[in-house]
Design a protein around this ligand. Structure first.
Ligand code: UDP
Length: 502
């Protein structure tokens, strides 16, 4: 039985996709909805819940109406190890495939929960296109959560529409993307793999795009001052209503405790070794190197990165992950780690780093990023310039936004868009190119302008989520709209009952 105040409260379900780049920003957004008055339920699987439950519990204890509902993941059924419930847990192409398939098996249990919880609104990841029908059955709005840049979305839209890459003589020939306000040049090799090969991901992406236009609107983790032109273009070309409410990571996670725990199962100590190491470094003197939650590098690439970083002469913190269970490459890295420890030049964090906390440390002066949208927003929030090293999905567009539009990035020279599961040992960026980009970014004179612009954007990002800022206003306006919708539905129901009685 709901109390009267619960019945009046906007009841929202958040359903994030099971990958850190999707889960992290959706959980942050769910927490913001609760902070500003909604009653929120985040639906996920047990191992994924462990990566954010602390934050939910602490919000709940502060009096916010937020909770998690769990659906078991069919790991055993698929022959996956216990706890492998997130795409980042896949250490082989086969495992990644099984986790991907496992997610699709959850539609039934997710829908049952929707019916039980009777929400006023569904906020679901763009990769769950079927939720448009679920929302229609419940007679409620579905908001599509889009965890990439609007720049990338516009670029993909115009490439699908005009197919400029189909008129070229080679996959390495450059072409301009039609329809964009800036001249953005790409090669076919840099386009998303699903645009070049008609596979099952292409089917999912096409369904996701189509379902977006049938949704009530789209929620984007971005902010007006970052890509406002593309926000307008996105709405006018795609014909969808869109609210930019980011950067949600900086908005939702203010304290060190929240930052250090975000997105990871195991407790990471706030005062760990990396922090002590960073505390001895001068301001803005260390480069943070991370390729996000999904990418696993080949041994050949790891060797080039190690030499490139060492040869640049700058200090660095590098988040390194094993490629797979049988990967012996980490022996090379362990020796490299030992050497860097002795000369105090580098620090390796194995597998997972408390990224939000590291980026905010005054010793960090820049980042090498694979151009995942969350890592970009988190770096922008910290006012940091970037070395751009896109790997897969929409990351090559993000690189163009950073380098050609915002001018806060130095490209390392990545050429081919491929997920690690299909990447050959040959697609390697060499140590000379890496060292050159590092010197260009970390050298104070070389990167003066880039640094100034990054700092400026960092300031704009903070303002956007403060009271009266663009993202703050967008979120308040959206919540008002959803509350009015709920109220008008309640009035309709009451009138209907009165008419029936009369
Ligand atoms: N992340 C982290 N520590 C790591 C690796 C990733 O905290 O060692 C977080 C990062 O802060 C971001 C997310 O995981 O919120 C990765 O998302 P992104 O869009 O950058 O890249 P993806 O992992 O989806 O490729």
């Amino acid at each position: 039985m709901k109390t009267e105040s619960q019945a009046h409260r906007l009841n929202v379900i958040f359903l994030p996709y099971l990958s850190s780049g999707h889960l992290n920003p959706m959980v942050d957004t769910a927490r913001l909805f609760a902070r500003y008055g909604a009653s929120v339920t985040v639906i996920t699987t047990p191992a994924n819940a462990l990566t954010f439950q602390n934050a939910i519990d602490s919000d709940f204890n502060c009096g916010y109406h937020i909770r998690t509902k769990l659906v078991p993941f069919p790991a055993a059924q698929l022959g996956l190890p216990d706890g492998a419930e997130n795409l980042k847990d896949g250490t082989s192409p086969e495992m990644v495939g099984k986790i991907f398939y496992g997610v699709s098996m959850l539609q039934g249990p997710f829908e049952l929960l929707f019916q039980d919880l009777q929400p006023d609104c569904l906020v679901t990841d763009q990769l769950y296109p079927w939720t448009v029908e679920s929302a229609a059955k419940l007679g409620i709005p579905r908001l599509c959560f889009y965890s990439a840049s609007q720049f990338a979305s516009c670029a993909t839209h115009f490439i699908i529409k005009h197919k400029p890459h189909e008129r070229l003589v080679s996959a390495t020939q450059r072409f301009s993307i039609p329809g964009l306000p800036h001249n953005i040049e790409m090669t076919t090799l840099q386009l998303e793999e699903w645009l070049r090969t008609e596979d099952e991901i292409a089917d999912l992406m096409n369904e996701a795009n189509e379902s977006e236009s049938r949704s009530y609107g789209t929620l984007c983790n971005s902010f007006h001052e970052l890509e406002g032109d593309y926000h307008h273009l996105y709405q006018s070309t795609k014909g969808v209503k869109c609210w930019t409410v980011g950067p949600v990571s900086a908005w939702a996670n203010k304290g060190n405790e929240e930052k250090v725990k975000r997105g990871h199962k195991e407790e990471l100590a706030q005062d760990s070794e990396w922090l002590q190491w960073l505390n001895y470094k001068q301001n803005e003197s260390v480069l943070y190197v991370s390729f996000g939650s999904l990418t696993r590098l080949s041994h050949a690439q790891i060797v080039e990165i190690a030499h490139g970083l060492e040869n640049s002469g700058y200090s660095f913190i590098w988040v390194a992950r094993k490629k797979d269970e049988n990967d012996n490459g980490h022996i090379f890295l362990q020796e490299f780690e030992e050497k860097m420890r002795k000369n105090k030049k580098g620090f390796i964090i194995w597998n997972w780093a408390p990224q939000l906390m590291i980026l905010d440390h005054p010793a960090i002066g820049g980042i090498v990023t694979h151009c995942g949208w969350n890592s970009i927003l988190e770096s922008v929030s910290a006012g940091l310039p970037m070395i751009t090293w896109p790997m897969f999905a929409e990351q090559f567009y993000n690189e163009k936004l950073l380098v050609d539009v915002l001018k806060i990035g130095v490209p390392v020279g990545a050429k081919e868009n491929k997920f690690w599961t299909s990447l050959g040992e040959d697609a390697v960026v060499g140590r000379e190119e890496i060292a050159k980009a590092v010197v260009q970014l970390m050298g104070k004179e070389e990167s003066k302008e880039i640094r100034r612009r990054a700092r400026e954007l960092g300031g704009a990002s903070k303002k956007s989520t403060e009271e009266g800022g663009s993202s703050y206003n967008n979120l308040m306006q959206l919540l008002d709209e959803l509350n009015s919708l709920k109220a008008s539905k309640a009035t309709e129901k009451t009138n209907f009952k009165i008419e029936m009685k009369g």
